[in-house]
Design a protein around this ligand. Structure first.
Ligand code: ADP
Ligand code: MG
Length: 260
């Protein structure tokens, strides 16, 4: 059965998509079967996997609304080595159209439940809001990965996200257990970033991943080649960091399995 993680933070531009795409590719390099779900109407994750969002016939939108089946919508990222449920602008309409649907926050869980045994990991790239789409991701996930820049305002907004996650855990999805912070776009030369990074670790303990993702231009370039950074330049510092992150995820998950 797949472990389901959503990559969420209601701020934009904090590294959600970069983290989702690179973690997917790094897990695939470790021979794990991965499905990436693009839940952001911007479709950046889709493009970053080498799938042209303007040319897709079916997107995750039709899946959520029950208009198409999983097999109609799923695509293969040839550059990443994993499966993708792609998205494009069309998905922005889902927010409104879901209103009239029963159990509208359970749509993702309903549609992906039957394919859980095809994958080891399902990674969901969330939009930058606590919207119905994000709620669908939270209702389905086992864990949330929150990418965070080590800046002064980093913790702002985290309280809202944590409150939403608690509410979903209590009312909708008791299986939503793990919430962990990933420090991204880190620049060790900036003293403030070092301080915030240490504070995060002190305050949240093992809820902060050990791996730190550095600011690295190769990660930013990769999407314009339709490739995950870990594939585009596999020996870059950014690629190495995401590979280490995948190993940390795998060892945390497998330790958990062993301990029950
Ligand atoms: P989000 O999905 O949260 O909006 P993105 O993953 O799209 O954020 O990242 C925002 C921008 O920052 C993108 O241009 C991306 O290429 C760049 N970026 C993300 N992570 C890094 C990194 N570690 N180093 C350098 N640039 C990064
Ligand atoms: Mg994004």
């Amino acid at each position: 059965m797949a472990q389901v993680f959503c990559i969420a933070n209601q701020k934009g531009g904090v590294g959600k998509t970069t983290t989702t795409v690179n973690l997917a590719a790094a897990l695939a390099l470790r021979d794990r079967r991965v499905l990436l779900v693009d839940l952001d109407p911007q479709g950046n994750g889709t493009m970053g996997c080498g799938i042209d969002k303007r040319e897709i016939e079916c997107s995750v939108y039709q899946l959520l609304l029950g208009l198409k089946s999983f097999d109609d919508v799923v695509r293969r990222s040839e550059t990443g080595g994993f499966d993708v449920l792609p998205a494009n602008r069309e998905l922005s309409g889902a927010e409104i159209e879901l209103i009239s649907i029963r159990e509208r926050d359970q749509r993702l869980k309903k549609t992906l439940g039957p394919v859980m045994d095809r994958y080891d990991y399902i990674l969901i790239d969330c939009p930058p809001s606590l919207s119905m789409l994000t709620l669908n991701a939270l209702c389905f996930a086992n864990g949330v990965i929150v990418p965070m820049q080590c800046e002064y305002f980093a913790l702002e907004g985290l309280t809202d996200l944590v409150a939403s996650i608690r509410r979903v855990h209590n009312e909708k999805n008791p299986g939503l257990r793990i919430i962990s912070i990933l420090r991204v776009m880190f620049d060790p030369r900036i003293t403030l970033q070092q301080q915030v990074s240490e504070q995060l670790k002190k305050h949240f303990g093992d809820k902060v991943f050990n791996t730190i993702i550095p600011r690295n231009v190769r990660l930013a370039e990769a999407p314009s080649y339709g490739k995950p950074g870990v594939v585009y330049d596999r020996s870059s510092r950014g690629a190495m960091a995401y590979k280490a992150f995948a190993d940390e995820i795998i060892s945390r998950m497998e330790a958990k399995k062993k301990n029950g």
